[in-house]
Design a protein around this ligand. Structure first.
Ligand SMILES: C[S@@+](CC[C@H](N)C(=O)[O-])C[C@H]1O[C@@H](n2cnc3c(N)ncnc32)[C@H](O)[C@@H]1O
Length: 271
């Protein structure tokens, strides 16, 4: 799949959209009843509820558990976790939209979702408060400092678990990595590889899994396709148009799944 961007944003929308593959809904029977737009809307990154459900399955969530959704954005994953598992979710982001609480109430789960606007490096919770931490497409923005894993793990109970799902590179960037891969520069310098993330947590927790998601490369294509299903690049905001352009350029350049997504699953116990 390669797409000629020379006339961007003047493109043949059908042709460009169809040149990107989508994740088949049939691959996720647990999301039966969700439409393609339910899977993606309200989420700021790739993978949608496909990635969220794969992450959540690792946590062994049960009714009544307390979960921290770190860098929750609009809170779509917090809603998903509360509705699917009956867990209580504290959704934290710099500025959580007020609409999150109303959305939770309208779905009958207002008692299960609390939102907190805070910096993820200054969390206003007691130590040992959470059974699990969940963070999708956000952790690299604030969690790459050497002290952050031990800071965050303090908020987990002694047998608590953490799951991170996020964009990644299959291996670390190098000085000769093509500039097309430097999406959202300089934030991309914190994106890293699954091996880097394993090392980042291994000193402080028991890392059960840190690997590329089997659909990790496809999640990028699926997201581009979703964005083009909903909006013509000609009428996108300039920032969104630039982002979609940069994503397509990156995918055009990638021949072997260098840009992908990973999941890290760790437990506090044992360290
Ligand atoms: C790409 S969005 C993902 C949001 C959400 N998890 C989702 O999947 O839609 C990254 C989020 O991280 C949040 N973020 C980045 N740095 C943060 C920080 N230091 N503290 C709190 N939130 C932060 C941003 O505000 C943004 O909402």
């Amino acid at each position: 799949m390669k797409y000629d961007l020379s006339n961007w944003p003047e493109v043949n929308l059908d042709q460009i959209r169809l040149s990107f593959r989508e994740v088949p809904l049939a691959a996720y029977p647990e999301l039966k009843g969700y439409s393609r737009s339910n899977i993606h809307e309200g989420l700021a990154g790739q993978g949608g509820l496909f990635l969220a459900s794969d992450m959540a399955k690792l946590l062994g969530l049960r009714n009544g558990m307390r979960v921290l959704d770190l860098g929750c954005g609009a809170g779509t994953t917090a809603i998903y976790l509360a509705r699917t598992y009956g867990v209580h979710v504290d959704a934290v982001d710099m500025n959580v939209p007020e609409a999150l609480n109303q959305r939770a109430v309208s779905l009958g789960i207002g008692h299960l979702v609390s939102s907190t606007s805070a910096d993820c490096t200054q969390l206003p919770f007691a130590e040992g408060y959470f059974d699990a931490v969940f963070s999708m497409n956000a952790f690299f923005y604030f969690g790459t400092g050497p002290a952050y894993p031990s800071y965050l793990l303090k908020f987990l109970k002694s047998d608590g678990e953490l799951v991170i799902g996020s964009p990644c590179y299959a291996v670390e960037l190098s000085e000769d990595s093509p500039e097309e891969f430097l999406l959202e520069y300089p934030a991309c310098l914190k994106v890293h590889s699954p091996g880097w993330w394993r090392d980042h947590f291994a000193k402080h927790s028991t890392v059960l899994h840190s690997a590329l998601h089997p659909l990790g490369a496809l999640f990028w294509e699926d997201r581009v396709r979703f964005l083009l299903e909903n909006e013509n690049p000609r009428v996108m905001s300039p920032g969104k148009r630039e982002m979609v352009y940069a994503m397509i350029r990156m995918l055009n350049r990638d021949t072997d799944g260098f840009v992908s997504h990973f999941i890290l699953h760790a437990k506090k116990a044992g360290k």
